[in-house]
Design a protein around this ligand. Structure first.
Ligand SMILES: Cc1ncc(COP(=O)(O)O)c(C=O)c1O
Length: 411
């Protein structure tokens, strides 16, 4: 008997409830019964302040409040308003000015860029490559549009980026397909917090340059959703010049999200930005992705685009937003470091961590360990190979305390 009544499965595996929201619901139910102090909800992917409330940049809200009715009521062009496209390129590239051709297309959050990249740069039925630790919606997005997600092993036995596994998978897929989309979430990867080093980047690009033989192509989607909360903005953008001037059949696409950077999660704003030495490929990027946008969500929210355009039009405003964000970023970095240090002290094995909203712990039977922790009022997300901890949504003191609780539950 099929699980569906009227709906068609179409190759998808659709759960009854989203795992993360399901666990978060349990956490909220326990809060209702036992009070907030009895529960640590480290499931969510949004930054929560020490006061337990969502962090919202007041400098961004101020701009939002000053918009005109036209700014939020009118349609935006499918690809985004021109001032936004310029602003979002500056936001993504920082001080670096690419020498290649770049085109930006507005997307609803970073998610839209992932969808459009897979839709336009792979064939139906193709495999799309990412690491074995990955953000679950990558799979949802790929299966929604008739593609399969396949993975390489992110870390080797010494905890370094596993370039051999990456190379092996790229070569295997390039043998079987005439094009390949790779989703690379760095810096501050979800769910591990890992950031590729510049040495990792050199190795990755070496593999791609070799694999992209004439007649075949590779699209490298760099998901930088957490880049602006990783640490120093310029330092974490040092990989970008390496993407400038690659051979034409390798297309880097930067997936930029305004959700975290500008705390505009619910306004659904982001962009996909291509970098290519070929003007025609840039022009084609604009054409095919605008077409896909039209056929899926049409245009994106105008208000958030105007807000970002206005911020980048005023040095004073930009400075204010950057300073405000920095204070919250420092708070997040302190939490991550506190968790890492406490894990080290109690001997809890965590997956290599650098920065960002999440850290992960390797363990057997993650679902069971997760349930055990729930009995103590601790809510984490079980993944295939371990547990994800959102340091973004808990206090620094809880970050210090969690590793000993986790190790207790594992034992
Ligand atoms: C790895 C990763 N990529 C992209 C996104 C994009 O999110 P949004 O579409 O809300 O900007 C997220 C958000 O949680 C994420 O974790």
């Amino acid at each position: 008997m099929t699980e569906y009544i009227m709906a068609k499965q179409n190759g998808r595996n659709i759960p009854l409830e989203d795992k993360i929201f399901g666990i978060s619901r349990l956490a909220n139910e326990m809060i209702a019964q036992r009070g907030k102090d009895a529960v640590i909800n480290a499931t969510l992917g949004s930054l929560i302040g020490d006061d337990g409330k969502l962090v919202v940049l007041s400098s961004v809200v101020e701009v939002l409040k000053n918009l005109t009715p036209i700014d939020y009521a009118d349609y935006a062009p499918i690809g985004g308003i021109p001032e936004f496209k310029e602003a979002i390129k500056k936001a993504a590239f920082g001080n670096y000015e690419p020498k290649c051709f770049t085109e930006a297309i507005a997307t609803p959050g970073g998610t839209g860029g992932i969808r459009n990249t897979i839709a336009n740069y792979s064939n139906y039925g193709d495999s799309v490559l990412t690491s074995d630790w990955y953000w679950a919606p990558y799979n949802t997005i790929a299966s929604e549009i008739g593609r399969k997600l396949t993975t390489y092993t992110l870390f080797d036995h010494s905890g370094n980026f596993n370039i051999s596994s990456f190379r092996e998978k790229v070569e295997e897929l390039m043998e079987a397909q005439d094009s390949l989309v790779i989703l690379l979430n760095t810096p501050a990867h979800n769910p591990t917090g890992y950031s590729l080093t510049l040495d990792d980047w050199e190795l990755v690009l070496e593999v791609l340059k070799k694999a992209a033989v004439p007649g075949k192509s590779i699209s490298l989607f760099i998901d930088v959703a957490y880049m602006d909360f990783a640490g120093d903005g310029e330092e974490y953008r040092m990989f970008i010049p390496l993407l400038d001037g690659l051979q034409e059949n390798i297309l880097p696409v930067i997936g930029y999200s305004a959700s975290k950077t500008f705390t505009l999660y619910g306004m659904r704003c982001g962009a996909m930005i291509c970098m290519t030495p070929n003007a025609e490929i840039a022009e084609e990027f604009k054409r095919v992705n605008e077409y896909s946008s039209r056929g899926s969500w049409s245009n994106c929210t105008r208000a958030s685009q105007v807000v970002i355009a206005k911020i980048y039009a005023s040095e004073k405003l930009l400075d204010k937003v950057n300073k405000e964000r920095k204070s919250f970023r420092d708070m997040l970095v302190r939490r991550g470091k506190a968790f890492e240090k406490a894990a080290y002290e109690v001997g809890l094995e965590i997956v290599p961590f650098d920065a960002g909203f999440f850290a992960s712990v390797l363990c057997e039977n993650p679902d069971e360990v997760g349930k055990k922790l729930q009995e103590e009022g601790i809510f984490l997300v079980p993944l295939a190979k371990g547990l994800r901890i959102s340091v973004a949504s808990i206090k620094e003191d809880d970050c210090k305390m969690l590793p000993s609780k986790i190790i207790g539950a594992i034992k």
